[in-house]
Structures are given as C-alpha cells and as structure tokens.
Design a protein around this ligand. Sequence first.
Ligand SMILES: Cc1cc2nc3c(=O)[nH]c(=O)nc-3n(C[C@H](O)[C@H](O)[C@H](O)COP(=O)(O)O)c2cc1C
Length: 346
Amino acid sequence: MTTNGNAAGDGTRARFVWPSNCLQTLLAIEHPIIQAPMGGATSPELTAAVSNEGGFGMVAGISCSPSRVSELIRRTKQLTKKPFGVNLVFKDDVDSQLDATLEEGVAAVSFFWGDPVNQIKRVHAAGSKAMLTVSSVEEAKKAADIGVDVIVAQGVEAGGHVPGSVSTMVLIPAITSELSGIPVIAAGGLSNGASIVAALALGASGVWMGTRFLGASEASIHSVYRRHLIAADETSTVYSQLFNKGWECPHRTLRNSTTEAWERAGRPGAGSRPGETDAVATRPDGTRIERYTSATPNVALDGEIEALSMWAGQGVYSVRETEPASRIFQRLVAESQARLRDLTLG
Ligand SMILES: Cc1cc2nc3c(=O)[nH]c(=O)nc-3n(C[C@H](O)[C@H](O)[C@H](O)COP(=O)(O)O)c2cc1C
C-alpha cells in the first residue's frame, strides 16, 4: 500500500492512495468501489453520481427493451463523462440488449445468470471489458477460461437474486487463492468502510455494493420500500425462493407480511402458499402484480408495497437515511481510508 503521507509535518492533509491493483487501471477509476446494478432500483442519476465521484456506476438493463437500454445509456452519458457499465441478465434477450449497449459504447458490460461465452468476443471487439457474476470457485475458473476480464464474486449475504450459498468471507479467498492475474470484485453484505477494507484484505480488487446505494436519493425505489430499508438491521433479511413468480432463483429480501404469513403457514410449497393469487400491487399500465412475484418495489408501483419482494442484503444495517449518492460514496471512501490507516499504523 502507498500513502502520499505528510512526512514533512507541514499541517496539510495527507492524500490517501488505495492499495494499488489492476482494477482501477482496467476500468480507469480512482476508487475500487462499484455501484452494483439493481434492476428497477438504479437510475442514470445514481450511476452517474457514483462515476462522477471516481467510482464505477452500473446501469441495470434487466427487463429493458434494447431502445430503453440505449435511452438509459444516453441519459447517463449526459450526466457524466466518466466511465460506467451496463449489466445484462440472461433472463432477457441479451443479444439484442448487447447490440444496443455496444452501439452506444460503455466501458464494461457485466453479465449475470448465464454463460456469456458467445458475447465476450463482441464486448472485446467493441473495446469494452466483460464482467461476470459468479458464486463458486468452479464458476470463477470457467469465467477466466472464457476470457472474462473481471470476476464479480457474490456471497450469500447479498441482496436481490443470489444463486450461490457461500459467504463473501469464504468465497473471496477461495477464488483468489486459485486464480491470479484477474481482478476479483467482492459482492454481498458490504456496506461500509470496514467491510470494504475487509474485502480488500481477503484478496478482492474492489467491491460491488448494491443495498448501500438503495439509500441514495437517486435510487428509483418506492418510499415504503425505502422506509423499511432504513428501519432494518442485520437480522431483517430472509434468504428464500419465495418470490419465484417470473424468476426461479434464490434471493434475499426484507422480512415482510408475505414472508411472515408463509412462515406461519409452515412454509408450504409454491401453489399452496397463503394468498397465492392475491394482486398486491399494480404497474403504471394497470397490470396486476401477484403475491410472490419477483418485482422490485420501485416508484412506479402502486398498492401494498410492503408485501412485495423488498430486495436487501445483510449489510442493510448501514442504510440509516436517504442521502445523495455522492455523500454515501464520499463517506465510504473516508471510512475505508481511516480503517486502512488504523491498520497500517496500529
Ligand atoms: C434491488 C436489487 C436489484 C438487483 N438487481 C440486479 C440485476 O438486475 N442484475 C444483477 O446482476 N444483480 C442484481 N442485484 C444484485 C447486485 O448486483 C449485487 O450483487 C448485490 O446487491 C450485492 O450485495 P449487497 O446488496 O449486499 O451489496 C440486485 C440487488 C438488489 C438489492
């Protein structure tokens, strides 16, 4: 680690430099902090704010038409000249979303929930970097073999859809002890400077933080969801497969009236759960959202918001208020720097 210290003791503030690693060079960023893509919850304003602070913002392309992906990228580019990325999920027609993404041009494309073997060459030919979210050493090795530039290792503490069952604490050193020469980014449960520094100590080259940025005023989430996030602590989340309509994948959400009624009923299987076909909310076009649907409670929804899949990671205890993403980001950097200095000087 290097610090541009104040050896002269001239009273000026020492400028801190992160432990050097290849991630910052690869993505042309100052701080190894990435705002995780969050379908339905991120916005061009959030992505741009993080990139403007010297981190790396991500656009969430999930469920978006190719023209909507283009629109999100263009809007983000109006708000920042700094690099940012786009995330695509293999639930969708990724190839047409990728066409739109590469036509607009972004620094990196990240993939989730599938194998991007047929997409990586195109990403590279367009001059972008490819990222893939994994949850085991085996998946990480495959990612490296197919030419992924950055591995995102997601631990089970993470909010949203979480296919793996290994904790971030175990997953990062397990992967970095097997793979060298490729940056591994830690995701899941990381929500403050202490956890960022811990992830770096485990061998990660950077962090990928979702839940912490749900507290940003730029996150496009419903005020009821926001209120529940702020009230939550580290024990408030449930890891289940409950909200499986539309996407069958394990996930982590806030405990709510839907999870509690299901637990009280003895955790019955899909089809026999309480209120299985209740319409708990509606979309702007009037379509119904049934209980147990995988749907981010965003600003556009109306109804019993609390009963929906309120995605959140265990690091939700750090979300204490709504504040601009720039302030969250600056706090994360300051906390990390203080923690690293304590460790270095202690
Ligand atoms: C509201 C929400 C939506 C998410 N949507 C996506 C998504 O569209 N694509 C994706 O790759 N990951 C998605 N994730 C997972 C995040 O990218 C990331 O892995 C996770 O938030 C990291 O854990 P943390 O929430 O504890 O920081 C989502 C997470 C949340 C909380």
